[in-house]
Design a protein around this ligand. Structure first.
Ligand SMILES: Cc1cc2nc3c(=O)[nH]c(=O)nc-3n(C[C@H](O)[C@H](O)[C@H](O)COP(=O)(O)OP(=O)(O)OC[C@H]3O[C@@H](n4cnc5c(N)ncnc54)[C@H](O)[C@@H]3O)c2cc1C
Length: 418
């Protein structure tokens, strides 16, 4: 066991926007801490986003704590590399103590003086508080039946997709019609590929509405401040993020008008190897349409309530174009017969917290248990998790609010333990 002098006030695991935001807040509280990163700053953005990837939060909202947007394109969006540069610049400007290439292998507790031990690829570190900012959306998830597909088929996850040119020639099946699935399907269609898209039950947002970028309305109207519990009550579960195109609205209808063949949810692999699809394509399209209509109604209500002089809603082509769907619907697909050479799994992400070996901190599926980022075990915190507190949690624009709250909790705890 180490002397108290070697016990830090806090260690932050992960140098994404969440970890850097918390480090900034801890520094402002004068707390002695380090940020441990298994790769480099912004590693997930460097290694898990495709080449043409752009953020879908506007520049004016893609800012780190203490910063203000001062550029000439407030409603434009950053590329993958520009966002990485923004994170690096933030860490440098604020003198954040980030240790790259330092993987945390194990986090355990139970020492006499209550300190936690982090076993890392560069030795052990002791600390009173740990902020787990290792990412809740950086491990792609595939359905188990993906293993039944032929070895000859090229299978990648959204996190492994880079560009059309990187894929073997042939038809592409994209599975999942969330953010990544629809953006990748659109890029593939624009790149001249024949694309099948297995849809899922995901809401949609128009990119612009009544004269403004939708994200500006969602922040200003308080739509994103709705608490996690209320989101679950309304949706019956934590919903996937609504589909939001980068510079224009993306809809299933608009993708089908570009030649993407829409299918229902991919249900499994049949005896002979063919893929089977649920008959829920119409339902999935209606669900997305209803979600978009709900958001527009919410904003109309806000505009009326506040007497804002906003222009009338203009027709959005992606929301008005007629869908071109296979008739009859496609219930089963023979991969070879359809010429499918690649499957891109856009079936969600989760986080890997397997190195956290502490009681009562993870649920039976290995995912975080917390209240607004505070775990039940004293001194353990989570940062950056999707829907952690409100609809905004998990987006860059939440860090300026949520990081100081965690730092304050750690500061109070440290004050009482001294
Ligand atoms: C495809 C996609 C697009 C998105 N687009 C946007 C967007 O446009 N705007 C927006 O606001 N949000 C967006 N998000 C949501 C969110 O911003 C991202 O999920 C973001 O990566 C979360 O930041 P983070 O810091 O919590 O996690 P991460 O960025 O994943 O950072 C975690 C860091 O921890 C490190 N790490 C992990 N395990 C260990 C370990 N054991 N030891 C040491 N280091 C470790 C990782 O290397 C990584 O650098 C998107 C999410 C996805 C999946």
């Amino acid at each position: 066991m180490t002397g108290d002098a070697n016990v830090l006030d806090a260690v932050v695991v992960g140098a994404g926007w969440a970890g850097l935001g918390v480090s900034h807040a801890l520094a402002r509280k004068g707390l002695r801490h380090r940020v441990l990163e298994r790769g480099r700053i912004g590693e997930t953005w460097r290694t898990q986003r495709w080449d043409s990837f752009k953020m879908n939060t506007p520049n004016v909202q893609t800012i780190m704590p203490g910063d203000r947007y001062s550029g000439s394109d407030p409603f434009g969006t950053l590329t993958r590399d520009q966002f990485v540069a923004l994170l690096e610049d933030f860490a440098r400007r604020n003198g954040l103590d980030v240790e790259p290439d330092t993987r945390v292998i194990e986090l355990i507790g139970g020492s006499e003086n209550g300190a936690y031990r982090l076993a890392t690829s560069r030795g052990d570190i002791w600390t009173r508080n740990v902020v787990i900012a290792s990412g809740g959306l950086n491990c792609p998830v595939r359905p188990a039946f993906s293993r039944a597909l032929p070895a000859s088929l090229h299978q990648i996850d959204a996190s492994g997709y880079r560009s059309v040119a990187d894929l073997p020639l042939g038809v592409v099946l994209v599975v999942g019609s969330g953010q990544s699935g629809c953006q990748i399907a659109e890029e593939l269609a624009e790149g001249g590929r024949k694309v099948f898209l297995a849809t899922s039950r995901v809401g949609r947002l128009p990119r612009r509405y009544r004269g403004r970028d939708i994200m500006i309305w969602l922040v200003e109207s308080g739509f994103l401040d709705v608490r996690r519990e209320e989101v679950i009550r309304l949706a019956g579960r934590l919903p996937p993020r609504g589909l939001l195109g980068v510079e224009h609205t993306i809809s299933l209808q608009a993708l089908s008008a570009r030649g993407v063949v829409l299918l229902g949810r991919l249900a499994g692999v049949e005896e002979g190897g063919a893929l089977s699809f649920a008959g829920d394509l119409d339902e999935n399209m209606r669900f997305a349409d209803d979600a978009s209509a709900n958001v527009r109604r919410y904003i109309d209500g806000y505009i009326q309530l506040c007497g804002i002089d906003a222009p009338a809603s203009e027709p959005d082509p992606a929301e008005t174009v007629a869908a071109r769907v296979p008739d009859p619907g496609i219930g089963s697909l023979d991969l070879a017969g359809a010429g499918i050479a690649t499957v891109v799994w856009c079936t969600g992400f989760r986080g890997d917290f397997s190195w956290v070996r502490l009681p009562g901190v993870l649920d039976p599926w290995g995912q975080p248990l917390h209240e607004d980022g505070v775990a039940s075990l004293p001194g353990i915190y989570f940062a950056g998790l999707d829907f952690a507190s409100t609809r905004k949690s998990g987006l860059v624009l939440a860090v300026a609010e949520e990081a100081p709250r965690l730092a304050e909790h750690i500061f109070e705890r440290s004050r009482h333990s001294r």
